[in-house]
Design a binder for this molecule. Structure first.
Ligand SMILES: [Mn+2]
Length: 556
């Protein structure tokens, strides 16, 4: 099955945001698009709980953040080496898994560095200016024996890691002698590779070289073996010719001296966006992901980072990034279904964008069901009725259109409940003010807006009467100002709507300049205004605030 596409309502979800996500999932599944999964990016509330409980629908899963992070793209099955691995082992793994680099870890899985094909290339590709380096082998005799699959005739201190220099004894014995003196490498750090040349073999034993390698699986005279033991010269027989043997001996070099220890490390929870910036000018073949204990937990390459995010989301009941799930900006938005003002939400691809000036997002979804001649299940009909009733205050809000009453008439018999009965259940589900602390009340259904450079928030709560509000007015006023400050907003508004009388009160936090321009009557203390006949945030209050901000000159 393909990756899920999450249907998400806005932050601080209201009933329409939750119900439309659930109903849209049902619609998508009904038309065969089963990868869609309803989700939410905020907590439920008493009203949402009452609706879901009545129709026995589970609360959608919580997804608070979709920001792409390193853990989403890293490879966690990591093939690594230890610093005692040989170049041959490193090259074999690099070739087998078709990678350019491998991490090097210690016995506890802690990162020690990186070995890349570049470092190995530098080691093996001859540099004529430094001939000694071309013969250097940093290893132990046992690793050389393993690499050559050599026959051992005598070995001494074969696990001791040492700096050795390899040379082929292909020349005449006189030249060999001179050569040996000139090279200046001591006998006990010399590896001599030779065929069945007795004179050279004998000279090596006299000199007491560290290792004598006889090539081509050639026979070694018994007395040479005896003398090797006497002189304690390690003596082995390689199945390869001299040229191949010399090359393979060099591949037995331990990788520890070649490891790049200056590697960039990242954490699994690092955001892809910040990682992109950090590696913009780096050409490393592989980046390491470690945990707090410096243990390696994954690796990734530059191409892993640059691939578009696989996370996809569909937005319902909002279209502004400031209201969307954290990280929405960095993932693919496949669809938007909404009934609010248009905010700024640029996309890379053309997308399905349905925005209708109707009473609720659930109205749009119910209309999609109807247009496709699909009958929702009773529970899904109940979800859509609930979104419509909640958002339009049972067809009383000025946002209500003819579509809503039409849809309620269609859905009611399917859901098996009248709109009036459901409205009663929804609106008497418990006061937000009574059930939550003031700081929760001010952000329970809070939406953020950006106009030009400024940001503000508008929260709305619906109550049966204003009694609860007046009992907590001071605490709510203080909580709203605290919220504004903490979020760094220019203003914060709290619209308290009385469902019974269809009137609202507005609590305002922000500068006195703005408050001075509000031409609604003050009620009670300084920060509370009487908004008679106002019930809709999107259709009545937001346009009013937009005009107000223009008047005081903070928005052009
Ligand atoms: Mn809505």
């Amino acid at each position: 099955m393909s990756d899920p596409i999450f249907i998400l309502g806005h932050k601080n979800p209201d009933a329409d945001a939750i119900c439309s996500a659930i109903a849209y999932e049902a619609y998508k599944h009904a038309i065969g698009e089963t990868e869609y999964v309803a989700a939410r990016c905020g907590n439920s509330n008493a009203r949402i709980d009452a609706i879901l409980e009545h129709f026995k629908v589970p609360l959608p899963r919580f997804i608070g953040d979709v920001t792409p992070r390193v853990e989403n793209i890293m490879q966690s099955e990591v093939r690594s080496l230890s610093k005692n691995s040989t170049c041959a082992e490193a090259l074999e793994l690099i070739d087998k898994y078709d990678v350019r680099a491998l991490p090097v870890v210690d016995d506890n899985g802690h990162l020690e560095g990186l070995i890349s094909i570049f470092q190995l290339g530098e080691f093996f590709i001859p540099k004529p200016s430094e001939p000694i380096k071309m013969r250097r082998v940093h290893s132990c005799i046992s690793a050389i024996i393993r690499s050559l699959r050599a026959t051992v005739l005598h070995q001494d201190r074969s696990d001791q890691v040492e700096e050795l220099f390899v040379r082929v004894g292909a020349m005449d014995i006189r030249t060999f002698d001179n050569n040996h003196k000139e090279r200046g490498t001591s006998a006990n750090s010399s590896i001599i590779v030779v065929g069945d040349r007795r004179d050279i073999q004998e000279r090596c034993l006299q000199l007491g070289v560290r290792l004598l390698v006889i090539t081509g699986s050639l026979e070694v005279d018994a007395d040479i073996i005896e003398r090797a033991k006497e002189r304690n010269v390690s003596l082995i027989v390689s199945p390869y010719d001299s040229a191949s043997t010399s090359w393979i001996i060099r591949t037995a070099t331990h990788i520890d001296s070649l490891i790049d220890t200056e590697v960039k490390c990242f954490k699994a929870e690092d955001r892809i966006e910040s990682v992109k910036r950090r590696i913009a000018n780096s050409n490393a073949s592989l980046y390491m992901v470690t945990n707090e204990d410096k243990a390696l937990v994954g690796v990734f390459s530059k191409s892993d980072i640059l691939r578009p995010s696989r996370t996809r989301i569909a937005l319902v009941d909002h279209n502004e990034l400031g209201q969307a799930v954290n990280g929405a900006k960095h993932v693919q938005i496949t669809e938007i279904l909404d009934h609010h003002r248009l905010g700024n939400i640029p996309t890379d691809q053309p997308i399905l964008f349905i925005n209708r000036p109707v009473g609720s997002t659930c109205s749009i979804i119910a209309d999609l069901f109807r247009a496709q001649s699909l009958t929702p299940t009773p529970a899904m009909a109940g979800m859509m009725m609930s979104g419509i009733i909640s958002d339009t205050l049972l067809l009383n809000s000025p946002t209500t259109t003819a579509l809503e009453s039409e849809l309620l008439d269609w859905l009611s018999p399917i859901a098996g409940i009248s709109a009036e009965k459901l409205a009663k259940l929804i609106f008497s589900s418990g006061s937000v003010i009574i059930n939550h602390a003031p700081e929760e009340v001010v952000c329970s259904d809070c939406k953020r807006y950006s106009d030009g450079d400024i940001s503000y928030s508008v929260s709305q709560i619906e109550e049966l009467g204003f009694t609860n509000f007046w009992n907590h007015e001071n605490a709510l006023d203080l909580a709203l100002e605290a919220y504004r400050k903490e979020e760094g907003l220019l203003f914060s508004f709290l619209l308290v709507t009385d469902i019974n009388t269809q009137n609202s009160l507005l609590v305002v936090a922000g500068s006195d300049e703005l408050k001075g321009q509000i031409n609604y009557p003050l009620k009670g203390q300084n920060n509370i205004y009487d908004l008679a006949g106002i019930v809709s945030r999107k259709k009545q209050l937001i346009p009013y605030i937009t005009t107000l901000l223009k008047t005081i000159g903070v928005v052009g």
